[in-house]
Design a protein around this ligand. Structure first.
Ligand code: GLC
Length: 795
């Protein structure tokens, strides 16, 4: 495709390489991030994911000999050969990523004849796509001890090695299983981990793309797309953490959410009429189960017309929402993209008048079918349409709605897929559906985010089903229509972990399962997982039985209450994680390997996850199970959250887990901030923070930074926040605590701190700023309260 290298030309950070048949570019974004580009479709990059590329100042050298070009940055060495073959080394000369030079050799499949294929298709068998015709396909050498992660929400296991994935946003109501190549989201990004060294590859191409991670043959892996430019980034670590940081440096990070969005959320298709919605709200408060958010699914609308209300079901929506607000509930409404074809309906009329809808190849508005019947698709690739759609959020926000749930934005279509030649404006640079499809949900989320920001001036809460790389800047995501199946609870863990590794820090699944009927046991176990998931939303389909915490029996309700309350205690911990994520890109849910990549045992742990860096969750994800094996990674000691039992890392243990117990371990040497349990966030004025300190037997000190702001506005961007630095240091027979407010620009401050120290030290006195204070000692816990104190000595 490229031929021999002829010459090269360096302009600033960009190397233009002339090959016999084609030109290609290598751009040094930073010492660790390199872009490879060949203008196979258009001359320049056009990226939806990367809005604002910031080149980092970095030194590098370029040399040429008879066979190759060599580029050395401060972290990497690249050898570029004829045919745009590239090998990448770390600066110590270890090979990281090598182009594959051999012949392709698919593993053998026997016995397929045209007749057998015809019959199999008749019976309904499905075949996965392989060996497709791509515009380009990059093949890399694959070694045995290589592991792959990422790709957003793909089904299957944590490690993606041995599978083929397709990027084509797809609405699928069939039970999601591991043979699925695609679902609602397209995140063409993966992380390679080998010998404790990691790098990422981001293929920035919005057309249908394919990733064969050693399925075709285990000697190589490949990625290619059916059209568009060859445009990919090599993103070095060497740690997985650094890869995520660098990837989110390019595509953006999840902005700090409003605090209430971290509370429990209850959804159902559909809480209508109004009386039912109010009944659900009442149940939460009467049953003493915290809840912040109730959702309205499609039936609140008038004939599924977006931005309208069905006044038969909701007589006075403003009033209803105001009453709920009084009681501490926020309401989130669904808004789908499909606009009903209906003359006289404002949104349709405005869209037609201004050419805001996607068209067929002749420029006639394109019509397919979704919930409202014949519907049109707003062309979100057009910035004018985005601001119109954004302004329409005001209609909904003015009723008192607090967040928007964007669904069906793959886009879904009931009358067959949108034809390839449906056209999108793309701000004057027209593109076809083939190029626009995978970014449709992204642009819809962006429009919604920007509209909500403009009209509410609060941090927008948007939830989307479809998206592309980079959508994390605008929206929270959920994994679409799962089902109330144990298999789906199990699979939700690797799905969420891989979403996190792919930049989506704020993600969740439908807790309890969307389709099919949930069982009391499944709901109990799923709520336990949800407690540690950033988006904690219970959702179920109209065709299924009730799934609220009280829907079954007292035992299930008690379990739900216990875990939802635990979640409310942990709210400041989650919020601190989101605060930190803005600078390091690290997700809330993390596979163990993110923190323990030296420990090979962590590479394929599918059924445990870390919530932040301090909490390890090993949930029960199988029916009838009341004990399980837990792997505690090497490098730290671990403390059982429930019993305070101490374990060294690097071992498998058996944990008994009756239905009301989810195995949870706290990293020894960590600190967890806690709030008191509230019915909803903001119910109580929190002027004292609880800090639970889990001392390690080995480490001498712990440092924790806690963040505090108003929890909803953008004032933090102008510095209106507080930071508290809490340091614990251990000597042979004493413990010293330092409390230091290092930033002080938000008006509310904690008046005091409640400390709980889990340790075997039995102190005889505690001095706060040199004065003795009262404390209690129970089991292995020392508890005390301090106000206006900067130093505490426990001895
Ligand atoms: C889709 C969504 C689901 C929603 C339903 C009705 O199936 O994925 O969450 O409840 O549509 O709007």
């Amino acid at each position: 495709m490229f031929g021999k290298i002829q010459n090269y030309n360096l302009k600033e950070n960009k190397l233009e390489i002339t090959f016999e048949h084609n030109t290609a570019f290598i751009e040094i974004i930073s010492a660790s991030i390199i872009n490879f580009f060949a203008p196979l479709k258009q001359a320049n990059h056009s990226s939806t994911a990367i809005e604002d590329i910031k080149l980092q100042e970095t030194k590098f050298e370029v040399k040429k000999d008879d066979f190759k070009l060599t580029i050395c940055t401060e972290k990497l060495k690249l050898n570029v050969f004829d045919n745009f073959k590239v090998d990448i080394y770390d600066i110590d000369g270890n090979i990281l990523c090598e182009d594959y030079r051999g012949e392709r050799a698919p593993f053998v499949k026997r016995g397929v004849t045209p007749k057998s294929l015809e019959l199999a298709l008749k019976e309904g068998h499905k075949f996965n796509s392989e060996l497709g015709e791509y515009k380009f396909n990059v093949l890399k050498k694959l070694d045995d001890n290589t592991f792959f992660y990422g790709f957003g929400e793909k089904t299957g296991h944590l490690n993606k090695k041995g599978y083929h994935y397709k990027m084509w946003n797809t609405d699928s109501a069939a039970p999601h299983v591991e043979s699925f190549e695609m679902l609602y989201k397209s995140i063409p990004f993966f992380i390679t981990l080998k010998d404790s060294k990691a790098f990422g590859v981001f293929l920035d191409n919005t057309f249908e793309s394919h990733f064969d991670m050693g399925k075709e043959n285990s000697n190589y892996y490949s990625f290619g797309a059916v059209d568009g430019n060859l445009d990919y980034y090599f993103i070095y670590g060497p740690s997985v953490k650094e890869v995520i940081k660098n990837y989110t440096y390019l595509t953006g990070r999840t902005p700090l959410p409003q605090l209430w969005t971290l509370g429990y959320q209850q959804c159902r298709w559909s809480y209508t009429p109004e009386e039912r919605l109010m009944e659900v709200a009442k149940n939460f408060r009467e049953r003493d189960i915290p809840c912040d958010t109730l959702y309205l699914d499609i039936d609140y609308m008038d004939g599924y017309r977006v931005f309208t209300w069905d006044r038969d079901k909701f007589n006075n929506p403003k009033n209803t929402l105001a009453q709920l607000k009084e009681n501490g509930f926020k309401v989130v409404t669904i808004i789908d993209p499909g606009v009903k074809k209906d003359k006289g309906y404002k949104i349709y009329d405005e869209g037609i008048e201004n050419n805001y809808f996607a068209t067929d190849k002749d420029g006639v508005p394109y019509i397919n079918e979704v919930w409202p019947g014949a519907s049109l698709y707003p062309d979100f690739t057009n910035s004018k349409v985005r601001s119109w759609w954004g302004d329409n959020q005001k209609i909904i926000a003015d009723y008192g709605v607090s967040g928007i749930w964007n669904d069906m934005n793959e886009p879904a279509s009931f009358k067959g897929p949108l034809p390839d030649d449906v056209m999108f404006d793309n701000d004057g640079n027209k593109i076809s559906h083939k190029e626009a499809h995978n970014v449709y949900g992204h642009y819809m989320s962006k429009a919604t985010y920007e509209g909500l920001k403009k009209h509410t001036n609060k941090r927008p809460f948007v939830v989307t089903r479809a998206c592309y790389a980079g959508t994390q800047k605008y929206s929270t995501v959920w994994t679409g229509d799962n089902q109330s199946l144990w298999e789906h609870l199990r699979m939700s863990l690797p799905m969420l972990m891989n979403l996190g590794l792919s930049g989506f820090a704020f993600c969740g699944t439908d807790v309890g399962g969307f389709g099919f009927d949930c069982t009391p046991e499944l709901l109990s176990r799923w709520i336990q997982v949800g407690t540690f998931t950033p988006l904690f939303r219970n959702h179920s389909s109209i065709f299924t039985r009730d799934q609220e915490p009280w829907a079954f029996d007292k035992k299930t309700e008690d379990i739900c209450r216990k875990y939802i309350k635990l979640r409310y205690k942990l709210i400041p911990y989650f919020y601190d994680l989101f605060w930190k994520e803005q600078s390091d890109g690290l997700p809330i849910i993390r596979p163990l390997l993110v923190h323990y990549e030296k420990d090979l045992n962590t590479y394929e742990v599918n059924d445990e996850f870390l919530c932040g860096d301090s909490i390890l969750v090993a949930p029960i994800v199988e029916q009838g199970k009341t004990s399980r094996m837990v792997y505690l990674p090497e490098g730290n000691d671990w403390i059982d959250y429930w019993t305070k039992e101490y374990f060294s890392g690097g071992q498998f243990i058996i944990k008994k887990a009756p239905l009301d117990l989810c195995p949870v371990y706290i990293k020894a040497g960590s600190m967890l901030p806690n709030y008191p349990v509230q019915n909803y966030i903001g119910e109580k004025i929190i002027d004292e923070l609880t800090l639970n300190i889990y001392l390690s037997k080995n480490d001498k000190s712990i440092n924790y930074v806690h963040y505090q702001d108003d929890g909803e506005s953008f004032d933090y961007k102008n510095g209106a926040y507080n930071l508290y630095n809490i340091e614990v240091s251990k000597a042979a027979d004493s413990i010293k605590l330092k409390i230091d407010q290092t930033k002080n620009d938000y008006k509310n401050h904690y008046k005091g701190f409640d400390f709980n120290l889990f340790t075997d030290l039995k102190p005889s006195s505690i001095l706060a700023n040199s004065k003795p204070i009262k404390f209690t000692l129970s089991d292995d816990t020392i508890s005390f309260n301090v106000k206006n104190v900067s130093e505490v000595i426990i001895k």
